[in-house]
Design a protein around this ligand. Structure first.
Ligand code: AKG
Length: 316
């Protein structure tokens, strides 16, 4: 058994397969979330594409994609976004959800917040941080596994995006998490990320990345992972929560706390960012559906399984 690190008072033990990067921080919110999040079933380790160290990838990306990353940044107000009150190709209604007066402001998804170069850079930063905390991702163990691990790239040609960035074998089964308290110099220029923080009231007054009073987590869900329905801790997580999606698409389910039949399903493609606050944040539970869930389809097709990393931003 592995003990959850980061909580001095936290005696909860986690099943051995998830040793690594879980609950690194001391917020009560995470205790609550962890209890809801983990669902461990015995499975063989996941194989992914051939070995390449995250630091190599990060360096390569920050040096070769700088130009394509630097697009003329559109002001936030001009970015396409969908809310829960108007028809949207990324949102479907379940049942007859309540429509409080602030609904139009309480949730939004921006389908193309980040372009592909930005997604790759952000994902490589997240994986670099996640791997540094993950004892199963030591360079030696990746090397050893690389020789026996079949490459995932072939499986992803018509599959989920960015899967070539998930290299080697992962020792966790469903979920790992890392706190991003700073961006390492090897990440290069990350000033373009300030746009993400601007979405959170209280963080919009600075161009520092990350802003001093923010908290940013990277959450890595394997193709087998899911996040069960929960409300983020109401005291610890701030009023507004913003999440960027990188990699395989998933469904975010919002369900009325009082009557789970009512709510919305939101498709989260790679590069999209969603924001929840107010009645949606507090009155609805959110979950990220597993690929074997009956709801994991869109426009009549099952979602293509793959790894997904989310970048979650809150006021700390
Ligand atoms: O990965 C996501 O988009 C959701 C994460 C989540 O539910 C949480 O951090 O509380």
């Amino acid at each position: 058994m592995a003990v959850c690190r980061g909580h001095a008072e936290h005696t909860e033990t986690l099943p051995a397969p998830v040793t690594g990067a879980i609950c690194q921080q001391s917020q009560v919110a995470l205790r609550f979330r962890w209890c809801n999040l983990h669902r461990i079933r015995p499975r063989p380790p996941l194989s992914s594409s051939p070995d390449r160290s995250p630091a190599d990838t990060l360096h390569r990306l920050t040096t070769t994609t700088k130009k394509s990353t630097m697009r003329a940044t559109r002001p936030l107000e001009q970015l396409l976004k969908y809310t829960l009150t108007s028809p949207s190709p990324l949102i479907r209604i379940r049942g007859s959800p309540k429509a409080p007066p602030t609904l139009a402001e309480d949730f939004a998804i921006y389908p193309s917040f980040f372009n592909e170069a930005e997604c790759r850079q952000l994902l490589s930063i997240a994986l670099w941080k996640l791997d540094r905390l993950d004892v199963t991702r030591k360079r030696g163990s990746r090397r050893r596994s690389a020789s026996s691990a079949p490459a995932a790239a072939a499986a992803t040609e018509d599959g989920a995006p960015l899967q070539d960035m998930f290299t080697g074998t992962y020792g966790f089964e469903e979920y790992r998490e890392a706190l991003i308290s700073n961006y390492p110099p090897v990440a290069g220029d990350v000033s373009w990320l300030s746009r993400l923080y601007q979405l959170v009231p209280g963080l919009e007054g600075t161009t520092d990345v990350p802003p001093p009073n923010s908290s940013t987590h990277a959450l890595h869900l394997s193709p087998e992972g899911e996040i069960l329905a929960h409300v983020d801790n109401v005291e610890a997580s701030g009023q507004t929560i913003v999440g960027a999606s990188l990699g395989a698409a998933r469904i975010l389910r919002l369900e009325d706390k009082e009557d789970k039949q009512h709510g919305w399903d939101v498709l989260m493609p790679s590069g999209s960012v969603y924001m929840q606050k107010g009645d949606v944040r507090y009155g609805y539970e959110h979950s990220v559906l597993g690929y074997n869930h009956e709801g994991s389809h869109w426009d009549g097709e099952r979602l293509k399984p793959g790894h997904r990393v989310s970048f979650m931003v809150r006021v700390s």
